[in-house]
Design a protein around this ligand. Structure first.
Ligand SMILES: [Zn+2]
Length: 92
């Protein structure tokens, strides 16, 4: 399998219920500086009960376009306006 991330496909990542139920796309990605945790979110604000934990492989299977930011360094976030937009990467 050609997996674009350096992390193992079984790596635990954070996402939100909107991504999982397909009602929103991934518009906000964070690669946390302190623990290396990936977050793949829809970009809206969330309450705690909307958080979901999945594997990096599952989130990649849901939206393979995140391969574009697979090299996002620790401590950086990436945002985009739509699925077709380029990612806007900046230091968090
Ligand atoms: Zn969401």
């Amino acid at each position: 399998m050609n997996f674009p991330f350096n992390d193992h496909p079984n790596t635990v990542v954070l996402t939100c219920c909107h991504i999982i139920d397909g009602s929103a796309n991934i518009f906000y990605v964070s690669h946390d500086a302190d623990d290396g945790m990936w977050q793949f979110l829809c970009g809206k604000s969330h309450s705690e009960n909307e958080a979901r934990v999945v594997s990096l492989y599952e989130i990649y299977a849901l939206d393979p376009t995140i391969a574009q930011i697979a090299d996002l360094p620790y401590g950086y976030i990436a945002k985009r306006e739509s699925i077709e937009s380029n990612w806007n990467v900046r230091k968090n």
